[in-house]
Design a protein around this ligand. Structure first.
Ligand code: ASP
Ligand code: MG
Length: 422
């Protein structure tokens, strides 16, 4: 009979020093002793990757992608070897493998490659020999044998992709937080840990500033239906948050979480002639320049001047590129000017339970209005409503919304169930 495979992923803080690595070895052996086969994915120790990036930048302002990947992939190389040694020293049997040895095949793109295939044969052979297999996260290899990396924070994605390829029973992401919260507990002390959240909600929360998991990891988990658990490597008695399909959840509340994100800014293109093709022109050029745009609003056309304003949000880091792209086509657009507003925050409420429930948007706007907070832009999806507000109002907005949607701790306590064992 084949045994269940559990994939365990440990982030940089969980393996920040040798004592922590020894501690992780014990956590792994505990799972192994429950009778599971265990595959471990590990990140670079502590801030190793940041240090490597810093050194590269000291040498060259724009280092080549290939050499960046050669450099950054070394961080995970250190942790897999030390962790395998720690498991052996604790009496277990373990072997470390890098992405090339496994065959984690990616597309041929440096510093943000996507995984296209994972070979499982060598891993399964080692598991059959009774070994814990410790695999380097974040790295991959192209079909031509070039080393790649998956983008910062990418080891979550490595872990989930391995869990999918190995048809693992579960993927546990061990990190320095105790799970996914209704909002940032540092800001709202009454925030509570969610026992369960759906992939869909988690994706929205990850996009709007809840930095618990890499969004691509959640997308992969959703696509292959890998049950994911986020839990603390320092508080093992706490089962963390289980992330599953929305069909496996009982939706008790309209809103699951509140998040805010100050990483964007708003640009308004003023007085654009109201004729077909102008929006297409603006957004095609931005896309050609690889600038991704989030919210977009076009104002109601002014009949007399026959113009309107088009406003959109972008990542703060893309400001220079965006202004240059817009300036280059100013005459083609026929706009009078561009206006930049960089002190904004996007505050969002997320919940699969808001589908078909009226009054959610009204409650959100009323709550902000009662706090005297002005809404600059609004966007909605099936399970999310986002409002752009002044950055200085963001914390106040989150606190008020968390309360208005009954997410404060003691109110949520009664609906908490026990976590099913998957
Ligand atoms: N070590 C890589 C980083 O810091 C990958 C990861 O931690 O997930 O981005
Ligand atoms: Mg990390």
């Amino acid at each position: 009979m084949s045994r269940d495979i559990i994939v365990q992923k440990f982030g940089g803080t969980s393996v920040a020093d040798t004592d922590k690595i020894k501690n992780v070895a014990n956590t792994i052996l505990r799972e192994r002793n429950l009778g599971h086969d265990v595959v471990v994915v590990v990140s670079a120790m502590g801030h190793t990757t940041d240090h490597l990036v810093k050194m590269a930048k000291e040498i060259a302002p724009n280092p080549s992608g290939r050499e960046m990947d050669m450099l950054l992939s070394t961080g995970e190389g250190i942790s897999i070897a030390l962790l395998a040694m720690a498991i052996q020293a604790a009496g277990g049997d373990a072997v470390s493998m890098n992405a090339m040895q496994v065959g984690i095949i990616t597309e041929n793109v440096h510093t943000k490659a996507r995984i296209v295939d994972i070979k499982t044969e060598r891993i399964k052979n080692y598991l059959n020999q009774g070994k814990v297999v410790v695999i380097a996260g974040f790295q991959g290899v192209t079909p031509d044998g070039e080393i790649t990396t998956l983008g910062r924070g990418g080891s979550d994605t490595s872990a989930v992709a391995l869990a999918a390829a190995l048809e693992a029973a579960r993927c546990d992401i061990y990190t320095d937080v105790e799970g996914v919260y209704t909002t940032d507990p540092r800001l709202v002390p009454t925030a509570s840990r969610l026992d369960m959240v759906s992939y869909e909600e988690m994706l929205e929360l990850a996009r709007v500033g809840a930095n618990v998991l890499h969004p691509r990891a959640v997308e992969t988990a959703k696509m292959f239906k890998v049950p994911l658990r986020v839990r603390s490597s320092f508080k093992l008695e706490n089962l963390g948050t289980l992330i599953v399909g929305v069909e496996d959840m009982e939706l008790q509340k309209a809103v699951t979480g509140v998040a805010s994100d100050s990483s964007q800014l708003r640009i308004v293109v003023c007085d654009v002639p109201d004729i077909p093709g102008r929006a297409a022109l603006i957004f095609s050029r931005l896309s050609d320049a690889n600038i991704s745009v989030d919210m977009i609003i076009q104002s109601y056309a002014r009949k007399v001047e026959n113009t309107n304003d088009i406003a959109f949000t972008i990542d703060k880091a893309d400001l220079d590129k965006t202004l240059k792209t817009l300036d280059d086509m100013k005459d083609e657009i026929g706009a009078s000017r561009f206006q930049v507003d960089d002190s904004i925050a996007m505050v969002s409420i997320v919940g699969a339970g808001m589908i078909d429930r009226p009054g959610i948007a009204a409650l959100m706007f009323n709550t902000l209005g009662n706090q005297g907070i002005n809404i600059k832009m609004i966007s909605t999806s099936e399970i999310k409503i986002s409002c752009l507000v002044d950055e200085l109002d963001a914390d106040k907005a989150v606190i008020a919304l968390h309360k208005a949607f009954n997410l404060d701790c003691d109110e949520i306590a009664e609906v908490k169930g026990t976590l099913p064992d998957v």
